[in-house]
Design a protein around this ligand. Structure first.
Ligand code: SF4
Length: 415
């Protein structure tokens, strides 16, 4: 395989990105066509909702959080958030929700610019949530459900879980099973356990490969950065349970393994290695990547990218293993469990500092507000930095302030 070019700084480009762009384009065109023709039926799903069940029942699956991230990354979110605020959705709640609702109210989507002929998000036939990550997703889906007069169903999950027990698994599995009659009615298809086993097996295969991709970053130097990860997780998020996702990671993984074998890092000069906790700042990914690169510092691992690793999937026991996978998720867990997890990541990825993103509108995925950084510093003996910002609302982020504090933090690591 030829040596990949570096971009205008010294970050090495990943060749497989071309294939990923095609997969994402196919995904959106397929959804657009289905929504226009009324077949197959379209289900909206939260990022760790029961996508496997929806695919097994013949739905095409659309993930509004992915659209939220696109609104952030294209820096259009701030054009739309005020429209949602004006109808009563506070500027303090999830800026995925407010920018997505606002964009819909304005009749716009950044998908139009990227994909010719697509003029709106695909109309849902059913909306299926899981509150394992937050209550906001339920409110978000209820708004669109009223708008489209489509049924909104879902799973009300546990939160703050220390150890995932049989009782948790049973509770969630029963709720997933209870979705089946509505899904049969909307799709017109009978539930087929073998189809479900097949999608769970594909999700498992995807997750195993995605985990291997992320774990290449344990090598020194790391062949990949957190910022690359936020892009390459696309198929793991929107195509979980399909052969395309499996094929994509089968293409990406050897490229990274070759870099590891050649000791060829994503950065030309990797001096420091950090862990990122919390949401990305979507509108500033490039600037952040360039800043860290200029400081010879690689953010090698993150809670965010790891959130699409689901070790528990088991095609032999589809409902219960889905329930376990959705409940073992980092965001669902107690601080004690989260701290043990971060400790294992710090060791595995040989990081010497932790960056916590305090994302103004997502308390659910900001872990620095109840003493966790201080406890981890004491436990692991490594420093931390809190960066204040937001996933989508750039009014909550000061680039100057973040840059100054990141530079000072790396200086501290130098010393
Ligand atoms: S976890 Fe945070 S960013 Fe994601 S939907 Fe919930 S509030 Fe929004």
């Amino acid at each position: 395989m030829p040596e990949a070019p570096r971009d205008k700084g010294a970050r090495k480009k990943i060749v497989a990105v071309g294939l990923m762009k095609k997969l994402m384009a196919d995904h959106f065109y397929e959804l657009d066509k289905a929504a226009k023709e009324g077949r197959p039926k379209v289900a909206w799903c939260t990022s760790v909702g029961p996508a496997e069940l929806l695919r097994a029942m013949g739905f095409l699956v659309y993930f509004p959080e992915n659209h939220g991230a696109v609104l952030g990354a294209t820096r259009t979110a701030n054009d739309y958030i005020p429209l949602a605020n004006a109808i009563g959705y506070s500027p303090d709640i999830c800026s995925y929700l407010t920018s997505d609702v606002g964009a819909f109210l304005k009749g716009e989507t950044p998908l139009s610019k990227a994909y010719e002929g697509i003029t709106s998000v695909p109309k849902p036939d059913v909306l299926v949530f899981n509150t394992n990550q937050c209550r906001e997703v339920q409110d978000w889906f209820l708004w669109f459900g009223r708008r489209f007069k489509a049924p909104v169903i879902g799973v009300n999950s546990y939160r703050g879980v220390k150890d995932v027990t049989e009782a948790h698994v049973e509770g969630v599995a029963k709720q997933i099973e209870a979705l089946v009659p509505t899904l049969e009615k909307v799709s017109g298809n009978k539930f087929d356990i073998d189809a479900l086993r097949k999608t769970v097996a594909l999700s498992l295969e995807t997750t195993v490969l995605w985990k291997k991709v992320l774990e290449t970053a344990a090598a020194v130097p790391s062949p990949i950065t957190f910022f690359d990860g936020t892009i390459h997780m696309g198929p793991a998020v929107v195509l979980r349970g399909t052969q395309q996702a499996v094929d994509y990671y089968k293409a990406l993984l050897p490229e990274l393994e070759q870099r590891v074998a050649e000791k060829s890092g994503a950065l030309e000069n990797e001096r420091h290695r950090l862990y990122w906790d919390g949401m990305p700042i979507w509108g500033k990914l490039r600037e952040m990547a360039e800043l860290f690169q200029s400081l010879n510092t690689n953010v090698v691992a993150s809670t965010y990218c790891n959130s699409w690793i689901f070790d528990a999937f088991n095609p032999k026991d589809p409902f219960r293993s889905m329930a376990r996978a959705y409940t073992e998720l980092f965001i669902v867990r107690s601080d004690e469990a989260k701290e043990a997890y971060i400790e294992s990541m710090v060791k595995k990825f040989k990081v010497t500092g932790i960056l916590f993103h305090d994302s103004k509108t997502c308390p659910n995925n900001s872990n620095c507000r109840h003493g966790m950084p201080q406890r981890l510093k004491e436990r692991l003996g490594i420093p931390f930095l809190v960066v204040y910002g937001d996933l989508n609302d750039l009014r909550c982020y000061s680039e100057e302030q973040a840059k100054t504090s990141i530079e000072a933090f790396v200086e501290q690591l130098e010393r």
